[in-house]
Design a protein around this ligand. Structure first.
Ligand SMILES: [Zn+2]
Length: 384
């Protein structure tokens, strides 16, 4: 399923086979939270070059519902995306959004037990329960190509004892996810290995070395198709990321893909690729774009090697705030050498104007540009 094409220093270049297509790694996946990448159609995502998107199980399960999407022929048919889809487990949103319900409805938002996690939908106050088995079933109904195990994602800061109990629960849940996955894949008749979805386990352990090592050993003890490192974009100091990768990566099997969940800034992605990570997702390019913050290559690094990009820290690019007054009459593109639709057709002044009057087309152009920047970065990091 996963082939390493080359290794140079920490960099890995590989190919990940899924039932909906082969993916070149390292890769970044745009987030189609509720079945769409905000403001952008699937054909535009594909035109940039992206081949994998992330769908959020939590949102799609509650609205419109996994059964409804199954009836539509799965998420691929429902949203008109015929390339691979990765779905998260829903856990991250349950634990983070559930707390909002407490504030809004005064009901205890999240109740965690060995069996499952109960929570209140912050939108309408309705009560739901998500178990490891249910998360896998929902992701099967969505027709996901890469399925994630349900994990408990503890907040930061988290005491050593709480982090230990949490990761041990995550391990027991990982085994339950694996067992349910085996039953469901066996149930689908005549499926060859290449027609089955992939299942990834998630490593937790907060910022504690012994716990990260314990979690890595336990999760890699289960025969997953790939491994994700979770709990690294939850507010912990960013210097901890480097340490967590240093503890976890040497313990991961070399022949399986590694996914760093929820990260990150361009320089964090570059550093993690050089440490041996293969897959990323993050809301930064689209969310920042909608707020007028745009990524631009530093000319000096445009044709640089991936080693130089990593070594530069964050000097290989800059961020401009297009709402700044100085762009009012700037009739040049965001980045003259960028090949995206926004840069080949529109000026900074125009995009600034659209964003300042809250015109969705402006948010679309800004998102397209930032997603192109992220795609170009990954493409560079894939070259030798
Ligand atoms: Zn552009």
């Amino acid at each position: 399923m996963f082939t390493i094409k080359s290794v140079s220093g920490g960099f890995r270049k590989g190919k990940l086979q899924t039932r909906s297509g082969v993916l070149d790694t390292p890769l970044f996946m745009p987030i189609a939270t509720k079945g769409a990448v905000k403001h952008i159609g699937p054909e535009e995502i594909q035109a940039i070059g992206y081949e994998l998107i992330l769908g959020n199980t939590y949102h799609l399960w509650l609205r419109p519902g996994d059964e409804s999407i199954k009836e539509a022929g799965g998420l691929h048919a429902f949203m008109n995306w015929n390339k691979p889809i990765l779905t998260d487990s829903g856990g991250f949103q349950v634990f983070s959004l559930g707390e909002r319900a407490r504030k809004k409805f005064g009901i205890s938002g999240v109740k965690l037990t060995e069996k499952n996690v109960e929570f209140t939908d912050p939108l309408n106050g309705s009560c739901h329960a998500l178990s490891p088995e249910r998360s896998i079933e929902i992701q099967f109904n969505l027709g996901s190509d890469i399925i994630m195990c349900l994990d408990e994602c503890p907040p930061y800061p988290c005491s050593h004892n709480a982090a230990r109990m949490s990761l041990e629960l995550t391990t027991r849940w990982a085994q339950r996810c694996y067992d349910r996955f085996q039953i469901l894949t066996k149930r689908s008749t005549n499926k060859t290995q290449s027609q089955k979805p992939l299942l990834f386990g998630i490593i937790q352990g907060s910022i504690y070395e012994d716990l990260r090592r314990q979690s890595t050993k336990e999760i890699t003890g289960i025969n997953f198709d790939g491994f994700a490192i979770g709990g690294v974009a939850v507010g912990e100091p960013r210097e901890k990321l480097h340490e967590i990768l240093k503890w976890v990566i040497p313990l991961l099997p070399k022949d399986k893909p590694r996914y760093l969940m929820g990260l990150g800034k361009p320089e964090e992605i570059a550093a993690a690729v050089s440490a041996g990570i293969d897959m990323f997702d993050c809301v930064i390019p689209t969310r920042e774009g909608r707020h007028g913050r745009l990524f631009v290559w530093n000319e000096k690094f445009r044709d640089s090697s991936c080693e130089n990009i990593v070594q530069s820290g964050k000097s290989f690019y800059s961020t401009i705030n297009i709402m700044n007054e100085k762009f009012r009459d700037d009739f040049f593109p965001i980045d003259r050498k960028c090949t995206c639709y926004a840069c080949t057709h529109y000026s900074k002044a125009y995009i600034r104007h659209l964003l300042s009057i809250n015109e969705p087309f402006g948010q679309r152009l800004a998102s397209l540009h930032n997603l192109t920047f992220y795609y170009d970065l990954m493409k560079k990091l894939r070259t030798e």
